[in-house]
Design a protein around this ligand. Structure first.
Ligand code: XMP
Length: 318
């Protein structure tokens, strides 16, 4: 019978054998998979694991700082790279969703490549690939790393991709990864975090991206997500977030007429993200959240709730 404890023991022994005194570089995303992969590698080779965590400027409010602290508290040897300005600059004026994804992917590769050069004599690239990713990458060009590779085949791979790849979770399903994380001491709060797309808020700001729009959306998202947690609804929902629409609408504030942005809230139930149904959140919760957003976030005067299922809608709006 498969148990997480036995998996940890066997895997750590195998990694020690495979890696010896070699140095490994690993990109942390803030998600469960890369975190658990890093914990296993850390247990096997300690300080020879060099983790890189990039702030692309498109993360949730305070996410970079909080998650970086979490990594440090796990004892990981991690470098946080604040590259937000670079990403925002590269995205200037770009509105097309796939173009945004490419720019974000390419900027990530550049930052990661530069950082990985600072680790001398690295031999391996650690990755949090899980079994469904392995299957997916055979049939479609899915997954962030796959996308990154395809963009760089022309001009040759970035240097870090010439490293040998080590993927300790490659045979596990998501629920097994969670169990392994739990057995290694990762708390439930972290393990139960909703999925979050690699391009982050970049594909939740419809139309062009500016630092100000990111700030607005971070505030809205934070009110929504904190509210779900406070009201005990967070764990009932598979994924939730807010979209900043490129639409202004008329509102009224005191005696003044306003003309400001619309945000859409989205919460869905799903098991794998392939199909999803909109979450039937309580009206009282939606009412309270809408008021909080409009009263506290300057630049937003209207909140709508997305009641579309996937298919035919997708979870993200871009
Ligand atoms: P959709 O919008 O296609 O999303 O219904 C399904 C799941 O995939 C996530 N998603 C992404 N994740 N890079 C990612 O890493 C992306 O470009 C991307 N697009 C969508 C989405 O958040 C949902 O969990």
């Amino acid at each position: 019978e498969w148990t997480p404890d036995a998996f940890v023991e066997t895997t750590v022994a195998e990694l020690k054998e495979q890696l010896g005194d070699d140095r490994v570089i690993l990109g942390l995303s803030g998600g469960v998979d890369s975190t658990v992969a890093a914990m296993l590698l850390h247990k096997a080779i300690g300080k020879n694991l060099y983790c890189i965590f990039v702030d692309n400027g498109l993360l949730r409010k305070n996410e970079f700082t909080n998650v970086l602290k979490k990594y440090e508290s796990l004892g990981l040897n991690v470098t946080g790279v604040d590259a937000g300005a670079k990403f925002i600059e590269a995205l200037k004026g770009v509105t097309e969703p796939e173009a945004k994804r490419k720019i974000i992917g390419n900027a990530f590769v550049e930052v990661f490549d530069e950082e990985s050069h600072k680790v001398e004599n690295a031999k391996w690239l650690g990755q949090g690939t899980i079994y469904p990713d392995v299957i997916e990458s055979v049939s479609v060009t899915g997954g962030p790393s796959q996308t990154i590779k395809s963009h760089h085949n022309v001009g040759g791979l970035p240097d870090y991709m010439k490293l040998k790849v080590v993927e300790p979770l490659k045979l596990l399903f998501k629920d097994e990864v969670r169990r392994v994380g739990r057995s290694m001491g990762l708390e439930d709060k972290f393990i139960k975090r909703h999925p979050f797309p690699g391009p982050g808020l970049g594909i939740r700001i419809l139309g062009d991206i500016t630092a100000e729009k990111v700030r607005i959306l971070q505030e809205v998202d934070d009110i929504f997500i904190s509210g779900l947690k406070e009201d005990g609804l967070y764990d009932d929902v598979w994924q939730a977030g807010a979209m900043l629409l490129p639409v202004q609408s008329v509102g009224v504030m005191g005696d003044e007429r306003t003309y400001e942005s619309v945000v859409a809230l989205r919460a869905v139930g799903s098991t794998d993200g392939m199909t999803a149904d909109w979450s039937h959140l309580p009206y009282e919760f939606l009412a309270k959240t809408s008021n909080k957003i409009i009263n506290n976030v300057k630049g937003v005067n209207r909140v709508v709730y997305d009641i579309s299922s996937k298919p035919p809608a997708t979870i993200e709006w871009e």
